[in-house]
Write a protein that binds this ligand. Structure first.
Ligand code: EPU
Length: 338
């Protein structure tokens, strides 16, 4: 275990922002975390846990300690005829976990492929895509509190999952490190092609005949066509959450915009894709200096090279302002701005 000083974070965040941390450490075991917690010289330092750095925007050098979760391992801990409980280390790359599941014929996460990040970050954000959220397969997570090293297991109820939210993102933000997560996968997968873009790909197929490998490959292709590859163009996926509005406001909007895209959440709540709102404000594919929105998906802000975090935040505010002016809708960042 080695603490590094004045450490560059450029390669550790998918926006490729060139900032550094006062201290940096990569941890691979619970014991290393406990050692760190008990190190009195570090008790007053601000601490941020980093996974794949794929949902974070640094706006300045970090004056504290960045702890990178690299706890490895994937193992089956319980198996029945129908289900399998699989435990994965917090540092496991999320998509490696997805590949493991698909290769073994375990269903549940095949739609969540190609999402950058780690297993330990997946519950924080309650990652979701193509009709599935990680809460659908989440069983429990083990975490260590950074203050005193106390270990706690969080079951699904305690994790308080919502749309891109959880107790780990709110009350316990940067207060604990998720060391492992257990997922309940199924040996008898039921294909989920409810998401519009996916349903149209399998239009003429009998749902029962679709394999999880096919779903996995199809989602990969859709994502490749829409989302920029972070190793080529810096980005953190969707920059904003999709906003929800009430039925009254939706009905008024629908009158004005016949082509509005929406998802009904309940009788009085409608979710509107922020990408659609941004595109309507003519921001899709627009470039502002070193930053801009992606040409195929307006919800993704990209770094064309040397953008600073501040520049990206400033650009994101322009977008928020334009959407508010045109639609009277407040869109909020999904990315963690630090
Ligand atoms: N749309 C536009 N213009 C755009 C982008 C989208 O009009 O530039 C409209 C299209 O009609 C499209 C609809 O919005 O059909 C939805 O777009 P998409 O399927 O790309 O999904 P999204 O709502 O923009 C969400 C997640 C993504 C996830 C996809 C697929 C959020 C904030 N984002 O995006 O997650 O991959 O659905 O399920 O919920 C992420 O969180 O980083 C992320 C990429």
């Amino acid at each position: 275990m080695k603490i590094k000083e004045n450490y560059s974070l450029k390669k550790l965040n998918t926006f490729n922002i060139d900032v550094s941390a006062k201290y940096f450490i990569a941890v691979k075991t619970e014991n290393e975390i406990l050692k760190l917690i008990n190190d009195e010289s570090l008790t007053t330092e601000k601490k941020v846990i980093l996974g794949g750095g794929s949902n974070i925007l640094f706006t300045k050098d970090f004056d504290g300690i960045i702890i990178k979760n690299e706890i490895p391992g994937i193992e089956i801990i319980e198996e029945s005829n129908g289900d399998v409980l699989v435990k994965a280390g917090g540092g496991v790359v999320w998509d490696d976990f997805v590949s493991y599941a698909v290769e073994n014929g375990f269903g549940g996460v095949e739609n969540l492929t190609y999402i950058p990040g780690t297993v330990g970050a997946a519950p924080i954000q309650n990652i979701g895509a193509y009709g599935v959220e990680q809460q659908d397969v989440f069983h429990s997570a083990e975490a260590l509190f950074l203050k005193d090293g106390i270990k706690k297991t969080f079951n699904k109820d305690e994790s308080k999952f919502g749309y891109r939210s959880s107790v780990f993102k709110s009350a316990y933000r940067n207060k604990l490190i998720i060391t492992s997560v257990i997922y309940r996968l199924t040996k008898n997968p039921i294909p989920n092609i409810s998401y519009r873009a996916l349903a149209s790909e399998f239009e003429n197929r009998d749902v029962k005949s679709i394999t999880i490998k096919e779903i996995n490959d199809t989602v990969k292709n859709i994502r490749k066509s829409k989302l920029p590859e972070p190793s080529v163009i810096g980005n953190a996926g969707s920059f904003f959450k999709n906003p929800e509005i009430n039925k009254f406001r939706f009905d008024r909007l629908k009158k004005e915009y016949k082509d509005i895209v929406y998802y009904k959440i309940d009788d009085n709540t409608i979710k509107i894709p922020a990408g659609w709102l941004i595109e309507k404000c003519k921001f899709k594919g627009r470039k502002f200096g070193n930053t801009g929105t992606y040409k195929n998906q307006a919800l993704v802000i990209v770094n064309y090279g040397d953008a600073t975090g501040e520049e990206i935040v400033e650009f994101s505010r322009k977008i928020q302002h334009a959407v508010y002016e045109k639609f009277n809708i407040d869109i909020r960042p999904e990315v963690n701005i630090i």
